[in-house]
Design a protein around this ligand. Structure first.
Ligand code: SAM
Length: 331
């Protein structure tokens, strides 16, 4: 295992993208993520403090991380999030810092977050139909999310990306309408395949709508041209007629992109994960609170990256769904 240089695993992949979950709590209850009654939230003492989070982010920056995503749970429910964002910006002046949010609180928070140094926002939105949005998120909040999006644009948290989880029989009839929305707003609408990461373990393969099918449906109405390769999990497309906006597809189930995965994750309570689907994780909070030096933490991080497997096993008979659901990992 290399003791210096970039964060490498045994397959030669270099990790330079970190997703930091700042809370496990969420103010939505998306049906494909958590039950209506919510989950057992972490006690406050178990959450990493702003100082602990910032120390770890600074260390990851030193180890070559270039892109930081603030996520959750729902990151905007963590009190004083702009203060934390500013602390991240101070230790990573050149970091690409983005936030992944359901958008509910962006009407108030977009500007303070932008002023604190957040570059971009990705907002989850599964439907443009009020009743369906409510059915999927268990919150009648589409209007407020749209206001949050407008605030994000206004504050310059651009280019804006939209995350849409597509579930067969629920919102797959809406993909062309969502693509039309990308054309009128200039957003990049990214369609995500439904993954076995729900807390209820109710995922069914039959409900996964393959990315290729989504693209075919859109292409038939609004022809698409592929963008060149990017460092992103989403394969992205422009509209052939030059309309604004983009379409992205994150086909984690039908076309896994593990070979080029550059991502790392830190949970809200300081567990370091080298894969969304990892079954093992590295505790950083314990050593951090026991007085570990940066060198000690670096060794743990390097070991955690080095042990990354070649890829998730969703399509293998031996697949085991991780205990942590998406909201507890930090999606
Ligand atoms: N609350 C924030 C949000 O809504 O973007 C950040 C955390 S959320 C867990 C991150 C993303 O994961 C969201 O876009 C959500 O729709 C997606 N997600 C949650 N459960 C999923 C599942 N089972 N399959 C695919 N995507 C999922």
């Amino acid at each position: 295992m290399p003791a210096s240089g970039p964060l490498l695993d045994t397959f030669g992949r270099q990790a330079d993208d970190l997703r930091v979950s700042v809370t496990d709590r969420c103010n939505f209850r998306c049906t494909y993520c958590m039950p209506a009654e919510g989950l057992q939230w972490l006690p406050k003492t178990e959450l990493l403090t702003f100082e602990e989070l910032t120390r770890l982010v600074a260390l990851f920056v030193r180890l070559g991380v270039r892109s930081l995503k603030i996520t959750g749970g729902e990151p905007t429910v963590r009190a004083d999030l702009p203060v934390l964002a500013r602390m991240f910006r101070e230790v990573g002046p050149d970091l690409d810092i983005s936030i992944t949010t359901n958008g509910l609180l962006l009407d108030k928070l977009a500007r303070p977050l932008a002023e604190a140094g957040v570059d971009r926002a990705t907002v989850s939105c599964d439907s443009l139909l009020r009743h369906r949005f409510e059915e999927m998120t268990r919150r009648d909040a589409l209007d407020r999310v749209l206001r949050g999006l407008a605030a994000a644009e206004d504050a310059g948290l651009t280019p804006i990306k939209i995350n849409t989880v597509v579930i067969g029989g629920t919102n797959d009839d809406e993909v062309v309408d969502l693509a039309r929305w990308a054309r009128t707003t200039g957003y990049e609408v990214r369609f995500i395949e439904y993954m076995p990461l729900d807390a209820q373990h109710a995922w069914e393969r039959e409900k996964v709508v393959p990315g290729a099918r989504i693209l075919r449906a859109i292409h038939a109405t609004h022809p698409l041209v592929p963008d060149g390769p990017t460092n992103e999990p989403a394969t992205t497309y422009r509209f052939a007629d030059g309309a604004p906006g983009r379409i992205g597809v994150i086909a984690s189930v039908t076309e896994p992109f593990c070979d080029t995965c550059n991502r790392l994750r830190l949970t809200a309570e300081g567990q370091f994960r080298n894969c969304l689907f990892a079954l093992e994780e590295t505790d950083l909070r314990g050593p951090l609170r026991a007085g570990a030096s940066d060198d000690d933490l670096e060794a743990l991080i390097r070991q955690g990256v080095w042990s990354k497997w070649s890829g998730h096993r969703i399509n293998h008979p031996d697949f085991v769904q991780p205990e942590r659901s998406m909201s507890m990992v930090g999606g």
